[in-house]
Design a protein around this ligand. Structure first.
Ligand code: NAD
Length: 425
């Protein structure tokens, strides 16, 4: 049995999109000290301001609605519901104000200093393997022997990340499935080859306690490592279809503005971060198949430093209110092209195939659990919901698409072709 009361000091490495969000949920959970560590005091000041604004946004209905209005899912949530999870951890009920909460936040530029009294550490630096390996080597040197060290990696192997860490049994994966940890519920926990059961148990308990505006957390533990874990693995494989569609559009003289005007939009990519998407695609290219290489457009934006909302420009330019779109009206040529080419069922078939591969590899034992993970992570039904009955039709669709597109990675695996996944309920 883990003793959560012993976890008082929390440290987050990296105060970017994810690090500041993770620090916010850690503060709201009530840890005595939350330390954010990043490269410079300027970055740390920015992170602190963001955290403060987001906590203040929970103080009144008006601010809350304004702050969370950017996404459809949050528009219709009532204020009480938004605050429920805060009440459950005593923040609102005890009338603790933002200032008191912010007093528990500390910042530091030196990892060795920042983590030396930490009971739990989450790393959220850029998605680069060598950088993460270096950080975990330092953590192994500087943390206490009891400290569990987690990585929020979106794609990478925990075994590889912990390669040079002195205490690999203390290293786990803890992935928040959203670019804004307070508004998501799904957290995926992954072991590395040397991770101890005790470290995983602590990770699960800690993850389960983080408040979320959408209610209780849903924490799932993978049986073994998987590139992209569960939800990102399906999303990244699905993006092979979108990359193909974009290329077809360009070949047919359809501009990116026209696609955006027709709602084939890349706004989410800007919110996630173009650099993160680029690094994730690179990791898949190197470890899964060369067919995952970052698309031409993502590479162009990455090389130009247009990393999305966090730097003010990506697919779109951004201001305080959101993306500046100025999109043209949709032309007939565009609607005709999409009517001919767009087939969203192919994405479902691609995701069913990938989910079957996960069952084949033993990443997870039940297909119902995969569907639940997808539902909790994306609020959309998982691939088996329809795939259970449509898999034969989808096998044919996917065979044809793999032939037409030349993307061999998408050829259905035996588990999907045979329907044997049905045994993994
Ligand atoms: P980000 O670019 O917003 O932040 C990364 C931060 O790490 C930056 O502030 C950077 O200065 C800092 N950093 C870099 N090197 C450092 C070092 N040596 N020491 C301390 N800090 C350092 O990126 P992000 O979107 O927050 O992603 C962080 C991690 O979380 C990545 O592994 C990413 O894959 C994962 N993740 C991202 C998302 C998302 O939607 N953006 C969602 C889930 C998980």
């Amino acid at each position: 049995m883990v003793d959560l009361d012993k976890i008082k000091n929390f440290a987050v490495i990296g105060g970017g999109i994810m690090g500041s969000g993770i620090a916010q949920v850690a503060l709201l959970t009530g840890y005595e000290k939350v330390m954010v560590i990043d490269l410079s005091t300027e970055i740390l000041e920015k992170s602190k301001t963001l955290i403060q604004q987001r906590i203040e946004a929970l103080e009144s209905e008006e601010r809350c609605n304004e702050f969370f209005s950017y996404h459809e899912i949050f528009k219709n949530l009532d204020f009480k519901k938004k605050l429920e999870s805060y009440e459950s951890v005593g923040i609102v009920a005890n009338k603790v104000d933002t200032r008191t909460i912010m007093n528990r936040l500390c910042t530091e530029t030196k990892i060795s200093k920042g983590v030396r009294d930490a009971d739990f550490v989450i790393e959220a630096v850029s998605e680069k393997l060598k950088l993460k390996q270096k950080i975990f080597e330092q953590l192994g040197e500087s943390c206490t022997a009891q400290t569990v060290m987690a990585s929020n990696t979106s794609t990478m192997s925990i075994t590889k990340i912990a390669k040079d860490c002195k205490r690999p049994e203390k290293v786990i994966g803890m992935h928040f499935h959203t670019f804004f940890p307070i508004t998501g519920v799904l957290i995926e926990i992954t072991p590395g080859e040397k991770t101890s059961e005790e470290s995983l148990e602590l990770g699960r308990e800690i993850a389960q306690r983080f408040p979320s505006i959408l209610g209780d957390r849903f924490t799932v533990q993978l049986e073994k490592e998987s590139p992209g874990l569960i939800a990102n693995r399906l999303a990244i494989t699905g993006s092979l279809y979108f990359n193909w569609l974009m290329n077809q559009a360009i070949d047919n003289g359809i501009s990116r503005e026209q696609l955006a005007a027709a709602n084939i939009s890349s706004e989410t990519a800007d919110l996630i971060g173009i650099d993160t998407i680029y690094y994730c695609a690179k990791y898949f290219e190197e470890t899964v198949s060369p067919e995952f290489a970052p698309s031409k457009r993502i590479t162009e934006l990455f090389k130009a430093g247009k990393f999305g909302r966090k730097v003010g420009e990506g697919f779109y330019k951004w201001n305080e209110d959101g993306p500046i779109k100025n999109l043209p009206p949709v032309e007939k040529k565009t609607t005709d092209f999409l009517a001919d080419v767009l087939d969203l069922e192919i994405i479902s078939a691609i995701q069913l195939n990938e989910a079957c591969r996960m069952l084949e590899e033993g990443v997870i034992k039940s297909y119902e659990l995969i569907d639940e993970v997808i539902l909790k992570g994306t609020f959309m039904p998982g691939p088996f919901t329809l795939g259970k009955t449509k898999f034969k039709e989808w096998v044919e669709k996917l065979d044809e698409f793999a032939r037409k597109s030349g993307i061999t990675y998408l050829i259905p695996c035996d588990m999907m072709r045979s329907g044997r996944f049905l045994e993994f309920k």
